[in-house]
Write a protein that binds this ligand. Sequence first.
Ligand code: SF4
Length: 293
Amino acid sequence: MSPNAPLKAHRMTHGNNTRMPLPSDNTGEGLRLSPNNKTTPSNYMTDNTSPIRGRIHSIESFGTVDGPGIRFLAFMQGCPMRCLFCHNPDTWDTKAPAKYEWTAGQLLEETLRYRNFIKTGGVTCTGGEPLMQARFVCEYFRLCHAEGIHTALDTSGIIFNDEVLHLLEVTDLVLLDIKTVDDGLHRRLTSCPRTNTHRMMEHLQKTGKPVWIRHVVTPGINDDDPHLLGTAEYISHYSVVERVDILPYHVMGEYKYDSLEIPYPLKGTPPLSPEKKQYAVGLFRGMLSCKVV
Ligand code: SF4
């Protein structure tokens, strides 16, 4: 998912977005189902043939920034990366108890409760890193397609194998998080090489899959002209990219590190200013023909 996601802790994405609140939601966070109000959907007809259970950190019924239209969001538990600017360290642990452990059919059943809301949007699987549960997400997306529901995958592209390729076949839109195109910085920022993210990008271009890029800009790390221009230049080679979201680094997830007793790696780093974000957007617009926001 996108690094510095819109406070999904609120919400968990890799991106740093904001979203519309529901009228009934005076927290401004929109409707998010917690363990206390979770539902237990009845078995979907495919359950007897599918033993796979997804480990789902949380779900959200009214997402407006993770793909087109209003979307049902599933945040998958587990991530192999350790982005310094991550706002969702609570999604990292693959062994942590998941709030929901559902079959794909059960997740679809829950999704269909919101069918009227998402008919102009669809579903998005994010995380954590949904590619860690590629088989489950693939099965869920297949079921969504059978119901005529649009599917989007919010990922860092950090895993690239046959299961991921199958998943991409039933994915209508990929929200690909590009942290940096500098190999050395990528390792320092995420603890992982960027090889698979690049392989994913190449595969998406080859197969003509629509892509929205998400790129977190962090002061003192990747907000200088060489980094911004280098990232925009990389993206300019891929005609499948329909849109780029510049996500300003923010610090709203810092409290989660405190509660998990993990040192906050970017302590003292200020949020990216609105002016600097607009500057970055301007640089990207100067190099790209797609939409940049
Ligand atoms: S550590 Fe994982 S969940 Fe956090 S921003 Fe990076 S890819 Fe996303």
